[in-house]
Structure formats: C-alpha cells, structure tokens
Design a protein around this ligand. Structure first.
Ligand SMILES: [Zn+2]
Length: 490
C-alpha cells in the first residue's frame, strides 16, 4: 500500500516546511516534492499542518487501586486518544494482585490490552507492591522494553507508597540498567496533616481537596526526588507538575546540570482549582485529581516553563473515573460527601493536544515547533521510542496528524468524548483539531471522527463508550532514554 500525503506543511520540533510524504505500508519512506507514483491513495493536506502523531507520556487505563479493583476506563476507550491526535499512549502498569511487575506487564499486554487498545502502546512499570523481588526485576523490565518506572512518594499507608529507602534502592539499580525513574511527588506527611486538620474541623467538601494539598508539599518531594536521583546517577522524570514551587525546583536543578525532566498536564495549564467549588459535590468531584488544580498564576508559570524548557513534556495523566466511582465520595454513615473518599483522576487523553493547541499555539503562547516538541518528540525520546515515534522522518512509523488550524468549536462530551460521562474541559472553546489521523499508515480518524465502531462497553458493571476492535501494538522502549543524555553532560 503506497499512500501520498500531499500539499501539507510538515511541522517537527525543529522546523516547518512544505513537502509531501510517501508512506509504504506502515512506514514513511520518502519526504520531498514530486515523489514518484504510483499511489494507491492520495491524502490532500492543503491548508493543514502535518504533525507527528502525539505521544502521551502519561496514561492510566484499567488502573488498579490498592485492592486490585479497576478504578478507571478500560482499554476499549483508548480510541478517544486517536481522535485527539495521539497515536501512542505510554500507559502505567501497576502490579496485578499478587503478581510481580514482569508478570503484570505480560498480563497487561497479553490479556487486558490485547485487541482493545486503539493507539499504539508503550509501558511504564508502576510499583504498587514492593517486595524483595522488585529491585531485581528492573533489569528484566528493561530487557522487555519497559525502560521507565514510576514510584509514588505520596499515599502513605497504602501499598502504592514508597518510602525513601525503597526509592533509593530502585534509583540505584535503575541507574545501572538504563532505566529512567518517574515519581508522583507529594510529601505524604504534609498531606496527612492537612487532610486530618480539615476533617478535625468539620471540612469535607470537595474544595478541601485543593486546600489540603499545598504546593510546599509538592515542592519538597520534587526536591528530594531530584537530589536522590542525582546521588544515585539515575535520570528523573517528575510527572504532573502543577505549581510554581515545584516547577522552580526543577528549573534550578536543570540549571545546575542535573538530569531531571519535568512534565505538566493540560488540566493544570487551562483549569483552575475553583472547578471544585461547584455546589453539587458529585460534579465538583470530577476535578479531584492529584496534585490538585491550582491558581491562575500557576497556569501562567507552567506555560512559561514549557516555553523555557524548565518543563519539557505535556502528558494527559488520563484517568477517566466514571461518575459511579466518583460517587464513592459519599459517606453513608455521616450522610455527607468526604473529599478523602473520592478517587483521584481526570480523563484527558482525547483533549491533551486540543487544549494545548487552543490555549498555547492559537493563543500565541507557544510555537508550533514547541507544541510538537512537548506533545510528541520529547516524550518519545524519554521513553526510548524515538525516532520510530514522535517525529516525521524517513524510516519512522507513519503516525501522522493532518491538523486543521481553522476548526472552531466548543468542547462538549458529544464533540469531545472521553469514554466516561463527563469531560473536565466541557464548555471551553476549541481552536484547531486533528482532522485526519494515520496510525502506522492506516487512516483511523477522518473529519475529526474516529472511524472504528464505538458502542457501549460494560466493564465491572459500568458502561463506557468503547471501540469494538483495535489494532494498537506494543512499542518496546529502548533503555538509556533522553535523561541519560543529560546525565552524561552533568
Ligand atoms: Zn498519573
């Protein structure tokens, strides 16, 4: 199958130019003008930007809570990522109950995700059951194409929580094996103190979620993680940076030459904490995610930080928690909502690039090159899947977005589905959209609509909007990703 994408303006992280692209089967084989036929199919990209397919560094599908219960969307909902221009998700694999990480990765790929994941998928290991075996598994994970791992420094009292000795042990081994470590950085004792203080004074409404996750608790854990990683010669990726204080720790560390890469997310860039002030707690609960949404000043800082490369990635932190599970926030005994019982997370895989283009590129806050860099290229480099993913060049997978900059709309659940019953960006203006999306040479989105069949899919008794078949492939990551280049320089 020979496909020609003609008349478009190609945008990469480095440059922008008019050229045609020849795709043979799943790969880009030539870029230029007057490319020679015959062609089986011609896609006219006149008036559109041709972008690399998005790489979402931060996706949670079929995440398991500490009891092993699935707390968010099944893989069948991953089609929303394709519709939003993301062709590769990097998904977190936690431990299946009683299973080590290596077996859990195999189970996730061969059972959970098999035939259900619509975009391509790479994996971050995510330890929530640290045992004597865990450190020893790092080498094997890297060999399996999982060169990244996330540890939670928050949530003390649950199996997700990693104390400093576990963190140090994992960092030391990861640094030897070419693995990049990622952390959810919030100080658990700060959180516990604030949350208990709120409850002790009778404050349980959703807004106490943001009032009890202070920026200093995030900044402290960021600083500690960076220092430990530096001492253990392991690159560090700080995910979902939400505030000025945490961003400043990363900015300073990078200025000192430390191997740290920061990620922020669309909801921290375009939404603020007052979403949680909604009088109906069921609705307010939709914006409960961690770290919490912050203030307008933090949003301004995060845009600046992306532009200055203090932060380098925009990941969705997609965690589409259905309303029925958000409603776990109801305390039946006391007949009130308790923010501490609401599961944390927001859906966002479908709107990551829409939000960043509208409020970044279209608003004049970010260049198109920077957009491609933070949405596609740098995440691919971090995860060891570049240049197969994350750029447009000969030999790369033909994952392309024909992006229409003239589209104007308003985000609704109808136009921008998430897989669950709400969209946290609902009501926001949208400028530009992924008009046509190719995944390894196959057209999967046309006129902004996913081409596969979408129907009601029931998982654990909850109905989601899911696809009925899917062709996503596991993309193994190579070790010694982007963070190791920084390490060499330091
Ligand atoms: Zn996350």
């Amino acid at each position: 199958m020979r496909t020609l994408v003609k008349n478009g303006t190609i945008v990469t992280a480095e440059s922008e130019y008019k050229a045609d692209i020849l795709i043979v089967d799943e790969k880009i084989t030539s870029i230029g003008t007057n490319l020679e036929g015959p062609f089986d199919r011609i896609l006219d990209a006149e008036g559109k930007y041709v972008l690399p397919g998005g790489v979402d560094n931060h996706a949670h599908f079929e995440a398991l809570n500490t009891d092993g219960i699935t707390t968010n969307e099944p893989y069948a909902t991953t089609w929303v990522a394709l519709q939003g221009g993301t062709t590769t998700i990097v998904d977190f694999c936690t431990n299946e109950p009683g299973m080590n990480l290596v077996d859990s990765v195999n189970y996730r790929l061969n059972v959970r995700a098999k035939g259900k994941v619509a975009p391509d998928i790479a994996i971050h290991a995510c330890c929530n059951d640290f045992t004597d075996e865990t450190v020893g598994e790092i080498k094997k994970l890297v060999e399996m194409g999982v060169p990244t791992m996330k540890l939670f420094l928050a949530y003390k009292g649950t199996s997700l929580y990693m104390d400093d000795s576990k963190l140090l042990a994992c960092l030391e081994e990861a640094g030897k094996q070419g693995m990049t470590m990622m952390v959810h950085a919030e100080n658990p004792d700060v959180l516990d103190k604030c949350r208990n203080d709120a409850a002790a004074t009778g404050h349980y409404e959703p807004k106490y979620h943001y009032m009890t996750r202070p920026p200093y608790g995030e900044a402290e854990a960021v600083s500690r993680a960076i220092r430990f990683a530096d001492a253990m010669h392991c690159p560090m990726c700080i995910v979902h940076v939400s505030c000025i204080e945490a961003g400043e720790e990363i900015r300073k560390a990078r200025a000192e030459g430390k191997a740290v890469i920061g990620e922020t997310c669309p909801h921290y860039l375009v939404l603020d904490k007052h979403k949680m002030d909604h009088p109906d707690w069921h609705i307010a609960a939709r914006w409960i995610c961690s770290p919490a949404l912050r203030d307008k000043e933090d949003q301004d800082y995060l845009w600046k930080a992306l532009n200055k490369d203090w932060l380098s990635i925009c990941g969705s932190d997609n965690s589409g928690i259905p309303q029925a599970q958000k409603n776990w926030g109801w305390d039946e005994e006391h007949q009130r909502c308790d923010f501490r019982m609401v599961p944390n997370g927001c859906p966002g895989a479908g709107d990551r690039m829409n939000a960043l283009w509208t409020y970044g590129v279209a608003a004049g806050r970010m260049t198109r090159q920077k957009f491609v860099d933070v949405c596609c290229t740098t995440p691919a480099k971090l995860n060891g899947i570049y240049p197969r993913k994350g750029t447009i060049q000969v030999g790369a997978d033909a994952d392309l977005v024909l992006f229409d900059p003239d589209y104007k709309g308003t985000i609704t659940l109808e136009t921008n589905p998430t897989g669950v019953e709400y969209n946290v960006f609902e009501g926001l203006e949208q400028i530009g959209r992924a008009d046509t999306v190719l995944l390894r040479g196959s057209v999967v989105v046309e006129n902004g609509r996913y081409l596969g069949e979408v129907t009601e899919v029931v998982a654990d008794g909850i109905t989601y909007q899911g696809c009925t078949s899917a062709n996503g492939k596991f993309i193994p990551g190579k070790p010694y990703g982007l963070g190791y280049d920084l390490l060499k320089r330091s």
